[in-house]
Design a protein around this ligand. Structure first.
Ligand code: HXC
Ligand code: NAP
Length: 285
């Protein structure tokens, strides 16, 4: 989508970049010339991904172990990145934890584990790198991957919904506060995109997927490469004037679920003939 070399001489840091959507974003940005740094807990997974992307694109991908729940690990990761590549031009907070669970079954630790990864992890990464960038008088583009239900809330994933809503509030706040330092903050809210990490925890039997597809007007799930294109645009200099934006990316699912009369899609043409004549017959009454 973007011209070759869009990310030439740029460093892109992606949490959770070893798998799923993070991996897709790393691949696309590496293809566009970026030097990527991917970070998460499982170093072996990261190293394999880094190797595969580097071989495919010819651009170096670095793998750094980092548990975003731990502010000291985040600081150590930032030190390592500075030594390897210098400070990043793009920071993508993509790491997350989630599982479906009735809220009455949720332990305090279950709640904490999701909020620590999603909200605290995003905050630790953002504060650590934001402070370093401000200190060095360096601009950067921050991007957070949330979800469509950050806005509506959702049963059975309450900690994820609450934490993602917190991430959105954090990013909007910093877009206002840190814009003067050349830092910008945007958000993508994806709808369902098949990844092993997400679908094994949100649809473990595979029975929910058809329901999801049924309510997406586009008639299909999203694809990792599609969100990677959007993430690349929002992280590139082509979107330099965008900050504080929330981009919903869901094939129309959110509005489709929200609209009072959207179920009328099921009404056939013959049924519409009857409905229309009934409505017209009430004219003047
Ligand atoms: C109830 C559960 C549970 C479950 C774990 N817990 N799984 N409770 N139902 N299915 C509880 C545990 O019992 C424990 O509480 C607490 O949560 C922490 O569990 P741990 O296994 O110790 O945590 P940890 O090893 O840190 O693993 C975190 C994790 C795991 C979130 C539980 O799934 C993980 O590593 N996930 C990372 C990847 C991921 O989730 N990707 C999906 C993102 S998809 P107790 O009280 O017993 O100690 C996404 C998409 C959203 O966000 C939008 C889709 C449309
Ligand atoms: P995924 O493959 O499970 O990605 C989650 C990543 O987070 C993993 O690479 C994991 O790596 C990392 N991670 C988890 N805990 C971490 C921690 N404590 N520290 C550092 N990294 C950690 O799932 P995905 O579908 O690609 O999800 C990516 C993002 O998209 C998430 O923010 C998710 O909420 C969002 N999203 C996904 C969908 C979808 O349908 N797929 C929809 C909406 C939003 P390690 O295990 O190595 O730590």
């Amino acid at each position: 989508m973007l011209p070759a070399g869009t990310f030439q001489n740029k460093v892109v840091f992606i949490t959770g970049g070893g798998t799923g959507l993070g991996r897709a974003m790393a691949t696309t940005m590496s293809q566009l010339g970026a030097q990527c740094v991917i970070a998460s807990r499982k170093l072996d997974v990261l190293q394999q991904t880094a190797e595969e992307i580097s071989t495919q694109t010819g651009n170096k991908v670095h793998a750094l172990q980092c548990d975003v729940k731990d502010p000291q690990a985040v600081s150590a990761c930032a030190d390592q990145m500075e030594a390897l590549t210098g400070l990043p031009d793009v920071i993508i907070n993509n790491a997350a934890g989630n599982f479906i669970c009735p809220s009455e079954r949720l332990s305090a630790n279950g709640w904490r584990s999701i909020c620590d990864i999603v909200l605290n992890g995003t905050a630790y990464i953002t504060l650590e790198l934001g402070k370093r960038l401000i200190h060095s008088h360096r601009g950067a583009a921050f991007l957070a991957i949330t979800t469509i239900y950050a806005e509506s809330g959702s049963g059975f994933v309450a900690p994820s919904a609450a934490a993602k809503a917190g991430v959105e509030a954090l990013y909007k706040s910093l877009a206002a506060e840190w814009g003067r330092h050349g830092l910008r903050f945007n958000i993508i809210q994806p709808g369902p995109i098949r990844t092993k990490g997400a679908f094994s925890r949100l649809d473990p039997t595979g029975t929910f997927e058809q329901k999801m597809i049924g309510r997406i007007p586009a008639g299909r799930l999203g694809q990792p490469a599609e969100i990677a294109n959007l993430a690349a645009y929002l992280s590139s200099d082509y979107s330099n004037w965008m900050s504080g934006a929330v981009v919903r990316f869901d094939g129309g699912e959110y509005v489709s679920m929200a609209g009072e009369f959207n179920e009328l899609r099921q009404v056939t043409s013959e049924q519409w003939d009857k409905l229309e004549s009934l409505i017209r017959s009430t004219k003047g009454s």
